[in-house]
Design a protein around this ligand. Structure first.
Ligand SMILES: *[C@@H]1O[C@H](CO)[C@@H](O)[C@H](O)[C@H]1NC(C)=O
Ligand SMILES: *[C@@H]1O[C@H](CO)[C@@H](O)[C@H](O)[C@H]1NC(C)=O
Ligand SMILES: *[C@@H]1O[C@H](CO)[C@@H](O)[C@H](O)[C@H]1NC(C)=O
Ligand SMILES: *[C@@H]1O[C@H](CO)[C@@H](O)[C@H](O)[C@H]1NC(C)=O
Ligand SMILES: *[C@@H]1O[C@H](CO)[C@@H](O)[C@H](O)[C@H]1NC(C)=O
Length: 204
């Protein structure tokens, strides 16, 4: 009798422990806040004081300028800092914005190289880094963005060749690489991009 009633109890305990461990590690809106604060701390010049004043921890990050939260999970789904005149670099922490779908920082003065941790942004559909000062090679790990539809890195200082892994982006519709310092041939894998409707490689 005692034996049979003990088993469900033990299972319940095991389940509760498992859920506790899971929730302890899982990310939430607080994670997103720490990511955005990390990004803010990597901004060295903010002439219009857009982030300096508006990105204040006294209000929810969902009210911050340029930040959009999803209605379902209440997490950051879009970041639009286009034409804010910001100077800075992209911290690896940005890869922790796990619900991000749109990332648009076009026409600022972001520079340096892009951190590999961005590959954690599994839901990313739209990436616009155009009109900045990023340099180095176009990362081959761009090929990990399985959901990506728009890859816009025009008007930067990228060098080297176009990585063949671009051919992995099966959902890609728009690829814009104009006005960089790219050379060499267009990789044959670009033939795999059956959804591609716009390709701009001018001025390389
Ligand atoms: C939670 O994190 C700890 C270490 O930080 C790790 O040992 C453990 O496996 C993680 N648990 C889950 C469910 O991810
Ligand atoms: C977010 O998760 C942390 C633990 O990782 C927890 O301490 C905190 O209370 C949670 N915040 C919210 C708003 O759920
Ligand atoms: C930040 O900007 C948003 C959008 O422009 C605005 O609604 C909000 O009131 C501002 N918050 C602060 C603290 O300035
Ligand atoms: C965020 O990312 C950094 C670097 O990629 C990592 O060390 C850190 O543990 C992450 N933090 C959270 C809360 O996931
Ligand atoms: C590209 O796809 C191939 C297989 O199709 C895979 O082996 C490789 O890891 C992928 N690379 C990237 C950078 O996504």
């Amino acid at each position: 009798m005692a034996k049979t009633s003990l088993l469900p109890l033990m299972l319940l305990l095991l389940f509760a422990t498992f859920m506790a461990i899971l929730s302890e590690n899982s990310s939430n809106i607080t994670t997103d806040q720490s990511v955005l604060l990390a990004l803010k701390s990597h901004i060295t010049h903010d002439p219009h004081k857009l982030l300096a004043i508006n990105w204040s921890t006294s209000t929810s990050i969902c009210n911050w300028i340029g930040v959009t939260c999803g209605s379902k999970h209440h997490r950051v789904t879009a970041l639009d800092l286009s034409s804010f005149d910001l100077t800075g670099t992209i911290p690896s922490e940005l890869g922790n914005l796990s619900f991000l779908v749109r990332l648009d920082i076009n026409h600022n003065s972001f520079h340096g190289t892009l951190p590999f941790e961005l590959t954690n942004l599994h839901r990313l559909e739209y990436l616009d880094f155009g009109g900045n000062n990023f340099d180095g090679e176009i990362p081959s790990w761009f090929g990990y963005f399985a959901q990506l539809q728009d890859l816009l890195v025009y008007d930067n200082k990228f060098t080297g060749v176009i990585p063949s892994t671009i051919g992995n982006l099966s959902k890609l519709e728009k690829l814009s690489l104009f006005n960089n310092n790219l050379k060499g041939q267009v990789p044959i894998t670009i033939e795999n991009l059956l959804n591609l409707i716009c390709l701009n490689l001018d001025d390389n």
